[in-house]
Design a protein around this ligand. Structure first.
Ligand code: ZN
Length: 180
């Protein structure tokens, strides 16, 4: 009978992100994919959006908030105050540089952001990790982040799904679950 139940509704027990069994069927994803979706992913997408806009223009904090709020996977709305703090953090890590500019040569100067050289390097690594199905941050604190064999299996399954374009690259990203 048990086998019957499993074959009847396999999807409810499987995580849509990694395709493997979830710890709790009522949750949307498995623990690994939730953690992967929110750990360090705000940094990844903020750097990526600044970078993506760079060719045509440098984004101000306000514009960045607008862009992020149009990003369909962000979930919760990003507010300007949190973004200012986050930008300050990125600047203190030297991942971005900021410069003031007067749009028309007059009026109040607007601060605009650019990904720094080391920011570009980190962005490439974050993106690389994400595409490999791994957790985004390069360094972790504490034992909680150790990759077990189960995590490795899930990562390799995610990697396969991303390569086969079974879903969009950022379908399972949840930066809103972290404090900005
Ligand atoms: Zn999963």
């Amino acid at each position: 009978m048990e086998a019957n139940v499993e074959t009847k509704k396999p999807d409810e027990n499987l995580c849509p992100s990694c395709g493997k069994v979830k710890q709790y069927p009522t949750k949307h994803l498995c623990f690994y994919c939730y953690r992967r979706g929110n750990m360090g992913t705000m940094k990844l997408i903020v750097l990526e959006h600044i970078k993506a806009a760079e060719d045509t223009k440098r984004l101000s904090t306000n514009e960045l908030v607008d862009v992020l709020n149009r990003f369909q996977y962000i979930g919760k709305k990003v507010n300007i105050h949190q973004m200012q703090n986050f930008i300050a953090k990125l600047r203190s890590y030297k991942l971005i540089t900021s410069a003031k500019r007067r749009p028309n040569g007059v009026g109040r100067p607007i601060t605009e952001h650019m990904v720094s050289k080391s920011g570009n390097r980190f962005l490439a690594k974050y993106k690389h990790n994400w595409m490999l199905g791994l957790l985004v941050p390069i360094k972790f604190k504490g034992k909680a982040q150790v990759m077990t064999q189960d995590h490795r299996d899930r990562a390799s399954s995610i990697r396969g799904k991303l390569m086969k374009h079974e879903y969009e690259i950022y379908t399972f990203i949840f930066p809103e679950r972290r404090k900005l």
